[in-house]
Design a protein around this ligand. Structure first.
Ligand SMILES: *[C@@H]1O[C@H](CO)[C@@H](O)[C@H](O)[C@H]1NC(C)=O
Ligand SMILES: *[C@@H]1O[C@H](CO)[C@@H](O)[C@H](O)[C@H]1NC(C)=O
Ligand SMILES: *[C@@H]1O[C@H](CO)[C@@H](O)[C@H](O)[C@H]1NC(C)=O
Ligand SMILES: *[C@@H]1O[C@H](CO)[C@@H](O)[C@H](O)[C@H]1NC(C)=O
Ligand SMILES: *[C@@H]1O[C@H](CO)[C@@H](O)[C@H](O)[C@H]1NC(C)=O
Length: 479
């Protein structure tokens, strides 16, 4: 995938642990999430299979064909390639799986967007080193990354080092609701964040120096955030608290990488235990991303109590947070690397699906129409999350985020398109959207020059509908 001016890219994403299943098949090693679900989740058996993308690759490919996406964002399960995490001879079956997946995508003209680390650290590295608490893991991660560039880099032009480091540090080592499930010391949380930033920077420099010159790929790190609006809209103190809130989540990682190489001042002032970067490290970390990869979805909002809200109000305004990114980080090119909401675990025939459809529509209308057109924000692609229903981390199977429904208990695990899949397919085909089945007046098209045909009043109506649906309590949508 090349970023071409004026060409908007449409994709869909998954994380390996959410969909692959086959956790012990063909020589795969255990990851921290394998252990976590077996110790923390009562219905662990079902997570061993999930939607079984490892075995049912063809069905995933058919689902991608159905949508007509430009790219597919997926992650590599580190312990499927290297069962202990340490780079030796790769597990051949695992290697074959990713080669087949990548070849099949390239054959279809779908660009692979490959995430190296989407939370499933090889268990051995947790047990021997204490996982991301330990700086030694940085070099081991870099070795694994090197192997991936050597092996897949001829076909992969778009790399993500780490998916949402905030959630890894905060929930993995703070609240303990994510693997490895450590509840604890706030100092540990920031040490983990520190190591994740260094790991990212190291891999980026490695790629730039040794692979980019002939592989010509681009690399970033997916950063996620909530958005927050002042309780009292004109109040200067409330506004500055909102700034602090976003700096504590997004700025923690974004300022070192996309800004000046260092943590936000507010973090440095308030958190005496925050690890510090040396001047050399700041220079090394600064600018280690070729674009801004941004995640805006339920994982960044739920559970809300642990977010540093500073007494302010959570908001779903993607346009605002894109503007913040533009202003803070000097107008980067932005890939929406994860977006989408969810329904509860009812059948796909349920009317709840309408909620997803509405959401996809709103999200697209919002960021594209407003952010691109009026705010002149350089958004070049959009990743709907996710391709399939799968394992949703602390929610296990109790929420569904797929464009395709999967009956986890069934033998065949057919991928059944929800109305949101049909809707997204239409959006992609038209490079914008013309929801013929509902409001014919709601139209917006992503044409090459980003011209639009939609009126503000229609936007407002849709937002009102969403609010009513949410407020009526019909939906498992809580902030
Ligand atoms: C890192 O791992 C090494 C090897 O197991 C160990 O000796 C060291 O104490 C660990 N450091 C931390 C900070 O956990
Ligand atoms: C924020 O939420 C509070 C209730 O928690 C409400 O009173 C206030 O009006 C909200 N502020 C804005 C600007 O919506
Ligand atoms: C929001 O502001 C209102 C007054 O404007 C106040 O009563 C309320 O407690 C505030 N909410 C929070 C969460 O600070
Ligand atoms: C869309 O934008 C409007 C105003 O810009 C905002 O009020 C609304 O919350 C946004 N909706 C979503 C789903 O981002
Ligand atoms: C849906 O999730 C609830 C827990 O939130 C669970 O009790 C129920 O069995 C699930 N239903 C299905 C059909 O999976």
């Amino acid at each position: 995938m090349r970023i071409v001016a004026g060409l908007f890219l449409w994709g869909v994403g998954t994380g390996a642990f959410q969909v692959e299943g086959s956790w012990r098949k063909d020589g795969k090693g255990s990851s921290i999430w394998d252990r976590f679900v077996h110790t923390e989740f009562r219905d662990a058996d079902s997570t061993d299979v999930s939607s079984d993308s490892y075995t049912l690759l063809d069905k995933d490919l058919s689902a991608l064909d159905f949508l007509g996406v430009t790219f597919y964002q997926f992650s590599i399960s580190w312990s499927r390639l290297f069962p202990t995490g340490v780079v030796t001879a790769p597990n051949e079956k695992g290697l074959q799986y990713y080669n087949t997946l990548i070849d099949s995508l390239v054959h279809r003209n779908i660009d692979p967007v490959v995430t190296l680390y989407h939370w499933d650290l090889p268990l051995t590295l947790q047990e021997q080193y204490g996982g991301w608490k330990n700086e030694s893991v940085i070099d081991i991660f870099n070795d694994y990354a090197t192997f991936c560039f050597q092996t897949f880099g001829d076909r992969v032009k778009y790399w993500i080092t780490i998916h949402n480091p905030y959630l890894i540090a905060w929930h993995g080592y703070g609240t303990g609701i994510h693997a490895p499930g450590e509840k604890g010391k706030i100092t540990t949380v920031y040490t983990v964040g520190h190591n994740l930033i260094k790991a990212h920077a190291k891999v980026w420099h490695n790629y730039k120096k040794h692979f980019e010159p002939y592989q010509k790929g681009l690399m970033s790190i997916v950063l996620g955030s909530h958005w927050i609006e002042p309780n009292r809209s004109e109040d200067a103190l409330d506004i500055s608290k909102c700034q602090q809130s976003v700096e504590r989540v997004l700025g923690w990682f974004a300022k070192p990488i996309h800004g000046d190489g260092d943590y936000p001042e507010e973090l440095k002032n308030e958190l005496s235990f925050l690890p510090r970067f040396t001047e050399d490290e700041k220079k090394y970390i600064k600018g280690t991303a070729d674009f801004f990869a941004f995640s805006f979805g339920p994982n960044n909002f739920k559970p809300p109590n642990t977010l540093p809200k500073m007494g302010q109000n959570l908001s779903l305004n993607l346009r605002e947070v894109l503007n913040w990114i533009k202003l803070e980080y000097d107008s980067p090119r932005i890939l929406i690397a994860e977006n989408g909401w969810f329904t509860d675990n009812l059948s796909h025939k349920s009317s709840l699906v309408y909620f997803r459809v509405l959401n996809i529509r709103l999200m697209n209308v919002n960021f594209s129409y407003a952010a691109i057109k009026y705010d002149n924000i350089d958004v070049f692609g959009y990743t709907a999350w996710s391709l399939l229903d799968g394992f949703e981390w602390q929610h296990a199977y109790n929420i569904r985020r797929g464009l395709f429904y999967v009956d986890f208990k069934s033998e065949k695990k057919e991928r059944i398109p929800k109305s949101s899949a049909r809707y997204y397919k239409q959006i992609i085909r038209e490079n914008g959207f013309f929801p013929k089945e509902s409001t014919p007046s709601l139209q917006a098209q992503f044409s090459c020059d980003f011209s639009w045909g939609i009126t503000e009043s229609v936007l407002k109506v849709s937002i009102k509908v969403l609010k009513r649906l949410v407020l009526s309590g019909q939906f498992s949508f809580t902030l």
